[in-house]
Design a protein around this ligand. Structure first.
Ligand SMILES: Cc1ncc(COP(=O)(O)O)c(C=O)c1O
Length: 358
């Protein structure tokens, strides 16, 4: 028999997106559902972003700027780097795939905290490379163990701070020591900062500030969370220009669509909305944390826009009860944390509805 499909993908399970929100609500006989399961923006994008998308809609018959030039220049200015140090992706998800495509060969190793954001291991598996999983120490990334996972065959180390789904951060000084311990010929180090805008702990590192001294570092960020553009799919990586040049070799010419580029640019320009989202999430995270603690629930301190709450054997029943009250939360078991639920920080109204249902 002619062999068509690559062996490496035979164990990869297709992503199951679940039912759309309106279908779920209709099936459950509920008027509306509040989704606190996907770490989305609690309100939605800024009015300025919506106007930019509407304006741009007239031009959707034209291919987008394949280099996302305006957006890259604006981001470069905001971050204090050169525009050649930035690549845009169809969500940060795509950038992980580009990295795997450009760098990982069968037999290569990639060190990854476990559990963590699932696409890390998926892209490694698709490349036929080997994921070296480093167990979390409780809810924290164990940098000592991560270091021990690094061998001569290691192509990359992936760190996620704030961590999804734990919400914890890698602290600045331990991160610097970890980077130093990788030696003079380090592998690539991906620092996924998808949730960084929600950090208020001064000990939280700024990956972009470390680029000048760590040439193999790749910082990944996204407009999905802070800017409320999850549906527009715009993420970016910041790294040395040579790394970005390699990633550009495997990028499709028009990977970020016209509406996404216009929306992201408008979001960057609307600094006030960006800040107000940050304040809203930090304030509501504190409110939810306080109220959950008061009710005896435990969870690691979160620097992200979600909490990983421990319910023990009741987790499934609690999730079901919340669903009947019109609130969707994420099953921790599916994320490597049985007995937990991952709950996104919502508006005050959504959070109070959640607390009432609990
Ligand atoms: C840790 C982490 N990294 C990356 C992403 C991907 O973000 P994007 O929507 O830009 O693909 C997510 C999305 O949930 C995430 O949680």
């Amino acid at each position: 028999m002619r062999k068509i499909w690559r062996s490496a993908i035979q164990d990869v399970v297709p992503y199951s997106a679940g039912k759309p929100l309106d279908v779920l609500a209709a099936e459950a006989g509920l008027g509306s559902l509040v989704r606190l399961s996907a770490n989305e923006h609690p309100v939605g994008p800024s009015p300025r972003v919506i106007r930019a998308i509407v304006r741009e809609a007239r031009r959707v018959h034209l291919y987008p700027d394949g280099g996302a030039t305006k957006l890259r220049v604006a981001l470069a200015e905001r971050l204090g780097v050169a525009s050649e140090q930035i690549i845009l992706g169809n969500g940060a998800d795509e950038l992980l795939a580009l990295l795997a495509w450009a760098a990982f060969e069968p037999g290569d190793e990639v060190a990854i905290p476990h559990p963590s954001f699932e696409p890390y291991t998926t892209v490694v598996a698709i490349a036929g490379a080997v994921a070296r999983l480093s167990p979390l120490a409780g809810y924290d990334t164990d940098l000592d163990d991560m270091r021990r996972q690094v061998t001569d065959r290691t192509k990359a180390v992936i760190l996620c701070s704030p961590h999804n789904p734990a919400g914890t951060i890698v602290r600045r000084q331990p991160l610097l020591e970890f980077l130093r311990a990788l030696g003079p010929e380090p592998p690539l180090v991906v620092l996924d900062e998808a949730y960084r805008d929600f950090c208020d702990d001064p000990d939280s590192p700024d990956g972009v500030a470390l680029l000048a001294t760590h040439p193999t570092l790749i910082v990944m960020r996204t407009f999905s969370k802070i800017a409320g553009l999850a549906g527009a799919r715009v993420g970016y990586a910041v790294a040395g220009a040579e790394i970005i040049e390699q990633l550009n070799r495997v990028r499709a010419p028009y990977n970020v669509n016209r509406l996404g580029q216009a929306a992201a640019l408008a979001a960057l320009e609307d600094a006030r909305y960006w800040q107000s989202t940050r304040h809203l999430v930090i304030e509501e995270r504190a409110f939810l944390s306080r109220e959950l603690s008061r009710r005896g629930h435990t969870f690691p301190p979160s620097q992200a826009n979600f909490l990983l709450v421990k319910f023990g054997p009741d987790a499934d029943a609690v999730r079901e009860r919340l669903f009947r009250a019109g609130i969707l939360v994420r099953d921790g078991a599916a994320l490597g944390f049985p007995g937990h639920l991952r709950i996104s920080v919502g508006t005050r109204e959504a959070n109070e509805r959640l607390l009432a249902a609990l």
